[in-house]
Write a protein that binds this ligand. Structure first.
Ligand code: ADP
Ligand code: ASP
Ligand code: MG
Length: 414
């Protein structure tokens, strides 16, 4: 077979690089992977390119299911090691496809790229990026392909960053390289609701970091929440685009976009929530300490403490090791002599995300009445300046998203 000639065009290897991240759907099969290779190869003719890639298609789901067949929950360390292989597979295949396009590429794991994390298996946070190897490879004229969603902990274990975490790898690398961050997926930006749930949802052209983060935390998986937080800390603009170059729209996430009126900008939802309650009347500081510790270590959100105990919500869709978290919670509670832990599954959280919501009690009242009219039970309500969140039965999630979108988002003409 004839080896293709290397065509670097007019690339200046000292120019500012760009980070392009392609998610699982963009590389779901070899045809799509080749299309990404072609696009990256063209871009690399004008500037250095670092590509962050996710596991192909549903690979991550499939390998989690395999592990669970063997043991449920699987040991967290081994699960992280296994999960990291999905991205390794994709990165090497993409590098090979780029070679086939006549460019030089090299694939690197998160650990080889100096992505250092803390030691929380399944939901590690990036502490530092030491991009020396990437800089060396750029200087050597390579397109660098990085396996997303993974790093290495200070204990030298392979870690993963939580579901959807390749976005965070991309932002972290962009920050370390002083690069722009472009996130490509199967949708051309952030919409006023998941277009799969609400076909008439509209693209939001510009978002500030706080709104984007509130949306991601509420379950809009188009961007990973940690990625947006990191982008804000490091003042990195994120461009969310479609991986098909024929689809031209985008959402830019940056500081101070065009100011918006107060109100609901978008509806997001998290389909798989466990509502956790520790029943411990009059145990005061003990429950408080335990819940705060659990919230930090295990990822519980919307913590509430009252004289009867404490409660919080765990997102099973955003965390790969939610089952293990729940067992750890049971174990920690009984260690402290608090045996009554109740876990309610089959809950969803539907959130209205916007600006100035703390001044708009009318919107909270309207949302409650909209859900009430549809006979959707609301188990809990949590609100702050950017989010009105409703815990409801998981089976009613799509309907709740649709009616809240049609009555609260569309009516404002935003
Ligand atoms: P990737 O695999 O490229 O990381 P994801 O599946 O993580 O892509 O994210 C893209 C998906 O996010 C879209 O297919 C869409 O269904 C979903 N999504 C959820 N909420 C939103 C939203 N508000 N705007 C756009 N897409 C959304
Ligand atoms: N492959 C991982 C997941 O499916 C990470 C990512 O796609 O960003 O969650
Ligand atoms: Mg994603």
């Amino acid at each position: 077979m004839v080896k293709p000639a290397v065509d670097e065009g007019s690339r200046d290897n000292d120019a500012t690089p760009v980070v392009m991240k392609f998610g699982g759907s963009s590389v779901a099969d070899l045809t799509r992977l080749r299309a990404v290779a072609k696009r990256v190869s063209e871009r690399a003719k004008s500037c250095p390119v670092v590509v962050v890639v996710s596991a192909m298609g549903k690979t991550t789901n499939n390998i989690v299911a395999m592990a669970r067949e063997l043991m449920d929950p699987p040991p967290a360390r081994e699960l992280d090691m296994l999960l990291s292989t999905g991205e390794r597979n994709a990165m090497a295949l993409l590098a090979i496809a780029i070679h086939a396009c006549g460019q030089r590429a090299i694939s690197l794991t998160g650990s080889q790229c100096g992505i250092i994390t803390d030691h929380q298996p399944g939901r590690a946070r990036i502490i530092e990026v030491r991009p020396f190897r990437i800089l060396d490879e750029i200087a050597a004229g390579h397109i660098v392909i990085v396996g997303g969603f993974q790093g290495v902990s200070y204990k030298r274990e392979v870690t993963t960053l939580g579901r959807g975490g390749s976005d965070t790898s991309a932002v972290a690398l962009a920050a370390a390289l002083g690069a722009d961050c472009e996130i490509y997926s199967d949708v051309d930006g952030v919409y006023s609701a998941d277009p799969r749930d609400v076909p008439e949802a509209r693209r939001i052209d510009e978002l500030d970091y706080e709104q984007a983060q509130a949306l991601s935390r509420a379950g809009a998986k188009v961007l990973h929440a940690q990625a947006v937080q990191l982008a804000e800390e490091r003042s990195i603009a994120i461009y969310a685009r479609h991986s098909n170059p024929a689809i031209q729209g985008q959402t830019v996430i940056r500081r101070n976009p065009v100011p918006r009126p107060t109100g609901v900008l978008a509806i997001a939802s998290d389909p798989d929530i466990a509502s956790v309650q520790i029943i411990a009347p009059d145990s005061g500081a003990l429950v408080e300490r335990l819940m705060v510790e659990l919230a930090g270590n295990l990822g519980l959100r919307y913590l509430t403490i009252d004289p009867f105990g404490a409660r919080g919500l765990l997102s099973c869709s955003q965390q790969t090791n939610a089952e293990e978290v729940l067992s750890a919670l049971q174990a920690r509670a009984s260690e402290h002599g608090l045996p009554k832990v109740q876990v309610q599954r089959e809950r969803a959280v539907v959130s209205c995300v916007g600006a100035g919501l703390e001044e708009r009690s009318d919107l909270l009242a309207r949302a409650v009445s909209i859900l009430g009219r549809a006979n959707i039970s609301v188990f809990e309500i949590h609100s702050d300046a950017r989010t009105l969140a409703f815990v409801i039965p998981a089976s009613r999630r799509t309907q709740a998203v649709r009616i809240l979108h049609s009555e609260l988002v569309k009516s404002q003409g935003s």
